[in-house]
Design a protein around this ligand. Structure first.
Ligand code: HPA
Length: 295
């Protein structure tokens, strides 16, 4: 393998530090102080939460375009900005939109923002997405806590040389999605009379939706929901010792499981409809997650 190829795959500690310093400067946070202990990545159509945080607190918005080395998304339904705001006293970093491999980014580049969150002191990250429902227990409009994932992309953001300043070469993925965060989410869900389902997310590259034969295969493999994001972010968050809570908004029945064909408009439309309930959940949940970090 040529050095060029290897370099393209390295983690890029210097770039991460430059991006994190830029954000700290913009937020006027001195030295290496933690910016927020909790962050959330908001998937397709789920940006309403960021909007609400901005309306309710003194917030700072930084466009991804301004942040050195940050990848920017071209997909409709995905914002492209980092929002720093507060829920009560709790600071939170929100990524409105993410990039995907199908846009032409390497898996390593897709997780660059997760590395930057780690450098900013984030300890827990809430990864959200729109996904197609496979499991019989799931309906369109449901929110599903991700219990585990299957990375079916054939790729991994950690290929190439490892940088020990970011995380270890080998690490455990037995409880990639924190059980205690799921329990906490269920508790908040119950208090809001919001039922939360649970299941296994299978991550694919996209950008086409799946064939019915693929969905039948995924079901046999133990998947409950399918989507084109999240698995790389979880891998890199765990590499960096952050805890992960994954929430899928089920925007459609996966291919072949309903009489209709799939389209992106339907996905964003359903996600937008669910986004109020979703926003309430995050408002309740994020301060509770942050409280656990204060001892
Ligand atoms: N498949 C893959 N990704 C998705 C889907 C789907 O059915 N719905 C929303 N994102």
């Amino acid at each position: 393998m040529t050095e060029q190829v290897l370099l393209g795959k390295t983690i890029g500690f210097e770039q991460i530090s430059i991006a994190a310093d830029f954000i700290r400067n913009r937020l006027k946070i001195k030295d290496n102080a933690s910016v927020a202990s909790v962050a959330a990545v908001l998937g397709s159509g789920l940006g309403a939460f960021a909007q609400e945080v901005m309306e309710k607190s003194k917030s700072t918005v930084i466009s991804y375009r301004e942040i050195p080395h940050f990848p920017t998304s071209s997909i409709e339904g995905h914002g492209s900005r980092l929002v720093y705001g507060f829920i009560g006293e709790t600071p939170v970093l929100l990524m409105e939109g993410r990039v995907h491999c199908y846009e032409g980014y390497s898996a390593g580049k897709v997780v660059f923002p997760i590395r930057v969150l780690q450098a900013l002191g984030v300890k827990s990250v809430v990864l959200t997405n729109a996904a197609g429902a496979i499991g019989d227990h799931l309906e369109v409009g449901d929110l599903m806590l991700i219990q585990d994932h299957i990375n079916l992309t054939g790729d991994n953001p950690l290929l190439g040389p490892n940088d020990l300043r970011v995380g270890p070469r080998f690490f455990d993925m037995t409880e990639a999605y924190s059980k205690s965060l799921r329990e906490l989410a269920k508790k908040v869900g119950i208090s809001q009379k919001l039922p939360l389902k649970e299941g296994v997310y299978i991550g694919v590259l996209g950008p086409c939706y799946e064939t019915p034969a693929e969905i039948r295969m995924f079901k046999t493999m133990g998947a409950d929901a399918v989507g084109m994001s999240t698995v790389f972010e979880t891998i890199s968050a765990r590499h960096g010792s952050m805890e992960v809570l994954g929430i899928s908004c089920l925007t459609n029945k996966a291919a072949g499981l309903s009489a209709t064909f799939l389209n992106h408009e339907e996905v964003t439309e359903i996600a937008t409809k669910v986004s109020k309930r979703f926003s309430n959940l995050l408002f309740g949940l994020i301060p509770e997650i942050a409280n656990r970090h204060e001892y």
